[in-house]
Design a protein around this ligand. Structure first.
Ligand code: C2O
Ligand code: CU
Length: 447
């Protein structure tokens, strides 16, 4: 578990933190050299920020890096000016400057924070951290565990390779690394006790890797997705898909029939990789013995109106350049990825001038129909609002499933309802950060 930052002066319903963005070191490789990273408070993941639902979170972010940055609160429904998108909702935080974020937390759940300025490089060097908004009456579990997954590309010297804007990565699956870390160190084993009931909060903070997880010998239940309670379902043999940026809250009973059981990532279906092992050490009497499945209380999300929803089509395309030599594309810095044929340039300071992809009317419902015309995965993330998932790849989604990101499989599709109830200019982009920076990004205006 990442160290808990000590909240500063606490007014009645305000929770204050101060984060210093600076260089630091992390023991990512258990045996290898320490890795120089960029981190919130110099650590990776950044400090766990927690606050109760309905509290106001106040975070002073001091930039002691040599480059501009910003802090985006991924999945939090907040006022546009606090969304932390440099060049759109605020000017970048320049080296030496401090920016204070202040916003209420309407939803309890698992969220996270990261820069929204040259995000691929900054997140890839370690700038990301978890935010947990606690429920007034949380489910009764023996332990509440937070698993933040990161992905690294390290050289033989154990240092981060500076190849963040590689055109090959941009044109393919993004900058997928070769070391997946759990809470900032090479994932290997997690000790569990027989009988205990765990709440697992999973955060995919990888720049590009889609996690496809199975829990061998266990039958976890999915309680929440992207910070929002969902109609629970039991994970079967099919992996839990978690694209970059996405979260899931699980309930897992430690009733395995072996001394240790793996959690496997099927990102590459031909080569499933063991991410870590749940290792049984001792046993306990659970404070939550088997009984009814515990549900999370729904957050106060207003429902979109399907009968009046206006249809919006979104087509994701791009990838390997056709008809243009790739060296030519490199030299021109050509955009490789598009949303509805539009590629957004990412030079800081230019986002404000971007023509919105859609102008949505405040209070109106929309039916998003998304199609992936490419051979890559795209977690399509919308800021400021959650979408109600209707279908994936033509299959109806049963029950209530909110999402701040729609995960599009290669050549896949998704449908969702959106109630445009948060005014402002919001980013809609692929969270494979190398796709985002090479065009797959847009702005949606709600007014
Ligand atoms: Cu996780 Cu545009 O953000
Ligand atoms: Cu993408």
């Amino acid at each position: 578990m990442p160290p808990l930052a000590v909240p500063r002066a606490r007014a009645a319903d305000e929770v204050h933190y101060r984060l210093v963005l600076r260089e630091g070191e992390a023991q990512l490789l258990p045996q290898g050299p320490v890795t120089r990273i960029w981190g919130y408070d110099g650590q990776v993941p950044g400090p766990l920020l927690t606050a109760p639902q309905d509290a106001t979170l106040v975070v002073e972010a001091e930039n002691r890096l040599g480059v501009p940055t910003s802090v985006h609160w991924h999945g939090v429904r907040l006022p546009n000016a606090m969304d932390g998108v440099a060049g759109l909702t605020q000017p970048p935080i320049l080296p030496g400057e401090t920016f204070t974020y202040r916003f209420a937390l309407p939803d309890a759940g698992t969220f996270w924070y990261h820069p929204h300025y040259d995000t691929g490089s900054q997140l890839g060097r370690g700038l990301y951290g978890p935010l947990i908004v606690t429920e007034k009456s949380p489910p009764v579990v023996d332990r509440d565990l937070l698993w933040v997954f990161g992905d690294w590309r390290l050289g033989d010297d154990g240092q981060v390779i500076d190849d963040f804007h590689d055109p090959f990565d941009q044109a393919h699956d993004g900058r997928v690394g070769d070391l997946v870390t759990l809470n900032g160190s090479a994932a290997d084993s997690v000790a569990v006790r027989r009988n205990e009931l765990l709440r697992l909060r999973l955060v995919n903070a990888c720049a590009a890797r889609v996690l496809a997880l199975t829990f061998e010998g266990h039958r976890p239940w999915v309680l929440a997705r992207d910070g929002q309670p969902t109609t629970p379902w039991e994970l079967g043999a099919a992996p839990l898909l978690l694209g970059p940026g996405m979260r899931a809250d699980l309930l897992l009973r430690c009733d395995g029939t072996a001394e240790s059981l793996p959690v496997v990532d099927h990102y590459n279906p031909a080569h499933p990789a063991e991410l870590l092992r749940l290792v049984y050490e001792g046993s306990i009497e659970s404070i939550a013995p088997d009984g009814d499945l515990q549900l999370l209380r729904a957050n106060p999300l207003a429902l979109p109106d399907p009968a009046r929803a206006e249809r919006l089509e979104i087509v994701l395309a791009g990838g390997m350049m056709h008809g243009m030599g790739s060296s030519e594309a490199m030299h021109q810095g050509a955009a490789l990825w598009t949303i509805n044929g539009q590629a957004m340039a990412h030079e800081p300071g230019t986002i404000q001038a971007v023509e919105p992809l859609f102008r949505l009317s405040l209070g109106r419902s929309y039916h998003l129909v998304v199609r992936n015309d490419s051979d890559r995965w795209h977690p399509l993330h919308l800021h400021g609002m959650h979408m109600l998932l209707l279908a994936e790849n033509g299959e109806t989604v049963t029950g209530e499933r909110w999402a701040d990101s729609l995960l599009l499989a290669p050549r896949g599709s998704a449908e969702a309802l959106l109630l445009a109830d948060n005014p402002g200019r919001w980013m809609l982009h692929c969270h494979v950060l190398q796709h985002q920076e090479s065009g797959m990004a847009s702005v949606v205006d709600v007014a």
